[in-house]
Design a protein around this ligand. Structure first.
Ligand code: VG1
Ligand code: CO
Length: 556
């Protein structure tokens, strides 16, 4: 017998979802009723009301997952939810979760992840609400969640319910109406990938070149290990011992940052060079980010989305099946390499604020097929989240495609060919983590007040400064203050914005971009190519003065 009770609660005032859900230290979520309040607030914003709704619930397997799964079940019973679809053991990547919401026509989903942030009792947890289209809730919904949370007075839930097991596939009923369906979490996603890519071609390429083309996938002890194993070992026939590393999901990600970049995936980076790996790839804790490497080659995410867009129609069957590529989009700080592909292919393209939620409307309207962010996020309209495994399979498909006419071509050659066609957009991001919040705001204020149009710094003449504002072309909603952009006459630019995903202090992100169509520069190392511009950016922003930092925490 399930007993529902209503108890008083005290609201918290800091439950504002950031760029992608509410992310805080586990200790914060463990405060009295903290998690309960937030889940209750979500129950109040479910489209069409919680009664009769279907939700997909799962996460990246990080510490505290089970406690929150149980809380969600307790509130679902009380809120009259009709059905919860739970991937076995509650494990699901963010893009696979997005797919489940779409495939099973659920009302929405609750994804339990703090993405690439570390996990464990002293690290981070996160709760994200996704809506019917499978994408992160748009700002009008997250704002409502926040408003409700600030004045919440009571909680209605099945407080004393015994723990519900979701380790076994099957269906159970709780209370009068709640059906809990535990499903295989990998099948649906792998089926989707099979519809998108030519698995036969990938498998036969890897088989034919098994002595010369080496693949290594780094799951970073996040959730994608389970998909990686199914794909690379079972579907593509590679040997587990040689093609996978860190593929077991762990609650603390092995104590590391599950963030696929040159800093945190250094073990993969080293192995790619040492073991002469032709194709190295990694994904983050919740599987929406990706990094692709080759021998002597690192694909910057900004280039990645441009290269994928360039080859999409020829190398990825999905786009042919869907009548072509219908528009491209990137987040504002992402380099403009993608714009050049859009111009060449005469495709509509969009520049949106940072955060995947801004792509959803464009995709739903059929105006964006492929999009990306500089933060190792790449994806398409097959789901409404960025998709790390998808991006990795897209690159593998491009390698297979290019090898038809250029046997032996690898990631390095594909990049150099791209630069020859379009020129190269050098791009780098400097992150300053855990900076004092007030100092970070002072820095932004300083940038807003700058009056330096026409002035020249170290050879770079300022042409325009603005605070990026986006008007959604579909629903007309406006998002302001999305980052300060300083543009120069030669087309270079830098951008400064504050992170919306950090859980401690403020993180300042500085993005720097410079275009070159001088072939003698295409092989130049990024930091070297950007050095003069970075100095100008630090000079104009007075970053060192405001933060007291003489170097960033992470460079990507
Ligand atoms: C960061 C990235 C942004 C990304 C977001 C969520 O946000 O810059 O591009 O969409 O993380 O990615 P911010 O506000 O910290 O810059 V994930 O993989 O953490 O869900
Ligand atoms: Co992520």
């Amino acid at each position: 017998m399930v007993k529902v009770t209503t108890v008083p609660t005290q609201p918290y005032n800091d439950q504002k979802p950031g760029t992608s859900g509410l992310r805080k230290r586990v200790k914060v979520f463990q405060q009295r009723n903290y998690t309960e309040n937030f889940i209750q607030s979500i129950m109040h914003v479910i489209e069409g009301g919680s009664e009769g709704a279907t939700l997909v619930v799962g996460g990246d397997g990080r510490y505290y997952l089970d406690e929150v799964m149980q809380i969600i079940i307790q509130f679902s019973v009380a809120a009259g939810i009709k059905k919860l679809i739970i991937p076995q053991h509650g494990l699901v990547s963010t893009p696979a979760g997005s797919h489940l919401i779409r495939k099973y026509k659920a009302t929405g989903g609750i994804l339990l992840t703090a993405s690439h942030n570390p996990g464990g009792p002293d690290k981070d947890f996160g709760i994200k609400y996704n809506v019917r289209n499978g994408g992160p809730a748009p700002e009008n919904v997250t704002n409502r969640i926040f408003d409700i949370s600030k004045s919440l007075q009571q909680l209605t839930y099945a407080a004393d319910m015994p723990r519900v097991d979701y380790g076994t596939i099957g269906t159970q009923t709780l209370g009068d109406t709640l059906e809990i369906q535990v499903i295989d979490s990998i099948d649906d996603y792998v089926d989707l990938m099979k519809e998108i890519f030519d698995f036969g071609a990938i498998r036969s390429f890897l088989d034919k070149n098994k002595d010369t083309f080496k693949v290594l996938f780094d799951g970073m002890h996040g959730v994608t290990g389970i998909y990686g194993e199914r794909l690379f070992v079972k579907e593509f026939g590679l040997a587990k011992a040689s093609c996978l590393m860190r593929s077991t999901p762990l609650a603390d990600f092995g104590g590391e940052h599950p963030d696929p970049n040159l800093t945190y995936a250094h073990e993969l980076v080293e192995r790619v060079e040492k073991d002469q790996i032709d194709f190295g790839a990694a994904s983050d804790g919740d599987g929406d980010r990706n990094m692709v490497l080759g021998k002597h080659a690192f694909v910057t995410p900004s280039d990645s989305v441009a290269v994928i867009a360039h080859y999409a129609l020829d190398a990825i069957p999905y786009f042919r099946k869907n009548g072509g590529v219908h528009g491209l989009a990137r987040s504002m700080p992402t380099s403009r390499a993608l714009d050049l592909v859009a111009q060449k292919q005469q495709l509509e393209h969009f520049e949106v604020p940072t955060g995947w939620k801004f792509f959803g409307n464009l995709m739903d309207a059929g105006r964006c097929s492929i999009c990306g962010e500089e933060s190792f996020g790449t994806g398409s309209d097959h789901v409404r989240e960025k998709d790390g495994v998808w991006a990795i399979l897209a690159w593998l498909s491009i390698v297979v495609h290019v090898n038809k006419t250029k046997p032996g071509a690898g990631v390095y050659d594909i990049l150099q060919d791209h630069y020859k066609m379009y020129g190269r957009n050098f791009f780098s991001r400097y992150d300053y983590e855990e900076v004092d919040g007030q100092k970070a705001n002072e820095l932004m204020q300083h940038l807003r007040e700058l009056n330096i149009n026409g002035q020249t710094f170290n050879g770079f003449t300022v042409s325009e400064i603005d605070d990026f504002e986006y008007k959604d072309p579909i629903d007309g909603s406006v998002s302001s203050h999305q980052g300060m952009r300083v543009m120069f006459k030669d087309g270079s630019r830098f951008v400064v914005r504050l992170s919306g995903t950090g859980s401690q202090g403020a993180t300042i992100r500085l993005y720097v971009e410079k275009y070159s169509n001088d072939p003698s520069e295409y092989a130049t190392e990024t930091q070297k190519a950007l050095e003069p511009l970075i100095r100008v950016a630090l000079d104009i922003s007075r970053l060192e003065h405001f933060t007291g930092r003489d170097k960033p925490t992470v460079i990507t």
